[in-house]
Design a protein around this ligand. Structure first.
Ligand code: SF4
Length: 432
């Protein structure tokens, strides 16, 4: 088995036409990202400045977190604020002071904008600056928007990380080359990828975001970075502006994606192909063997992606190339061609691609194609299930550890399980 995977292909979907739709959309807002961001940066607090709807969204998405000392909350903008009868800035300052007095463990506070805070034009950037003046150096106060207007739910992470980039310490041109892995990963996945990268001999390895707000990685002209998630366009732009250079690669999903992603780092740091082979071969072989066992459950089955998480293209590539699934339509909220160049090249030629959404039209296409499994948001899953289609919630693919060799089988299982459940239901129905 060769580790050398061609990163450039003449075929695939690099220049394929994309159906662009700008109609009604069914997506969650960027506040959702707080659920995984607060787990990652363990001394940060996320204060949403929003409505009861925002609070409900967070609470229902977070579920079990109500038992822990929370690290996110919603400062509710009420009718008086909306009518301009109260000074929302004074109220916000009061809430922040109370919070920080009560919680000395908080070292970084994000003021997270929402639809209501944007409607009343509450300037959270200015609020963050004002409050930073009061609380630095104990607490760093930043802001970003998690608003649902014209966004999708993974953009919250992008906006959060982009707001953090200006805070990163500067690494000068004389600093040795280093690698930054960018994107919020579960700790277990981060540890696995770190083990592979360190075994390869990659110098100055850092992860962004870090687990502690006091350990922000330095960035400068000798920083190379690898995106671990495909939805970090703003963050990538901010890092580029700080002089860092992105290593172009597919995303680390499945054996191929993970190998090519590690290979991009190895190539950039002059690691020999023999050493690369030696370090990655055992994990690659293990993951390939497990995937081979799962493949018969997915091979030849068809899948339709509604636009939701922005993971659609890498996942479609994994399902088609490593598990033999047929792609009926691959929808994505936004198609960032540069970040997804390798993924496009690896999709089978002729794949139907769409960007944005006109939900009714897309539902019609989906029904007409009658795929074996549909990947979609929560709002569409129940209606489609009731019509007899098998669905997979896109949000589960973001909440579950799915990156790297060790998770390749779990990722495949996420698609195999709903098909098995549907087959069991059909068998039970036939017997009754
Ligand atoms: S930010 Fe907007 S879309 Fe998100 S929960 Fe609040 S009101 Fe709803």
């Amino acid at each position: 088995m060769s580790a050398v995977i061609p990163l450039h292909r003449a075929d695939g979907c690099a220049d394929a036409p994309v159906l662009r739709e700008r109609g009604q959309r069914e997506v969650f807002c960027g506040l959702t990202g707080i659920i995984w961001l607060h787990r990652k940066i363990q001394d940060a607090f996320f204060l949403v400045v929003g409505s009861r709807t925002c609070a409900h969204l967070l609470q229902s998405a977070a579920g079990v977190m109500i038992f822990a000392e929370p690290r996110f909350a919603t400062a509710i903008i009420d009718e008086r604020d909306l009518a301009g009868l109260a000074d929302a800035n004074d109220e916000l300052d009061r809430v922040v002071r109370r919070l920080l007095e009560r919680r000395p463990d908080i070292k970084m506070l994000f003021l997270v904008g929402s639809c209501p805070s944007e409607v009343i034009k509450l300037d959270l950037a200015r609020a963050a600056q004002r409050l930073s003046g009061e609380f630095l150096p104990q607490v760093r106060i930043l802001n970003y928007s998690g608003s649902g207007i014209e966004t999708t739910f993974t953009q919250g992470e992008d906006a959060c990380l982009a707001s953090l980039v200006p805070e990163l310490p500067a690494a000068g041109a004389q600093e040795p080359a280093s690698l930054m892995v960018v994107g919020c990963l579960p700790d277990v996945v981060e540890d696995q990828l770190a083990r592979h990268l360190r075994a390869l001999g990659i110098p100055g390895l850092q992860f962004f975001p870090p687990r502690s707000s006091r350990a922000l990685p330095a960035v400068g002209p000798n920083t190379r970075y690898l995106l671990a998630q495909p939805f970090l366009g703003e963050t990538a732009r901010a890092l580029d502006a700080r002089g860092a250079r992105r290593l172009a690669a597919p995303f680390p999903f499945g054996v191929e994606g993970t190998t090519a992603w590690l290979q991009a780092a190895a190539t950039a740091f002059g690691i020999s192909s023999e050493h690369f082979e030696q370090v990655t071969l055992p994990a690659r072989e293990r993951a390939t063997r497990v995937l081979a066992r799962l493949r018969p459950r997915l091979d030849g089955r068809s899948v339709f992606f509604f636009p939701d998480s922005q993971l659609e293209l890498p996942l479609a590539r994994f399902l088609s190339r490593e598990l033999g699934m047929r792609l009926t339509e691959v929808g994505t909220p936004y198609l960032h061609r540069e970040l997804l160049r390798h993924e496009l090249e690896w999709l089978p030629a002729g794949t139907a691609l769409s960007e944005g959404q006109d939900v009714e039209r897309q539902l019609d296409r989906c029904r007409a194609l009658a795929p074996d499994i549909v990947v979609c948001g929560l709002g569409l899953a129940n209606p489609l299930e009731s019509e007899g289609l098998t669905t997979k919630w896109a949000i589960e693919l973001v909440f579950t550890p799915v990156h790297g060799y060790e998770q390749a089988a779990d990722l495949a299982e996420l698609f195999a399980r709903p098909l098995l459940r549907r087959a069991k239901l059909a068998a039970e129905a036939a017997c009754s």
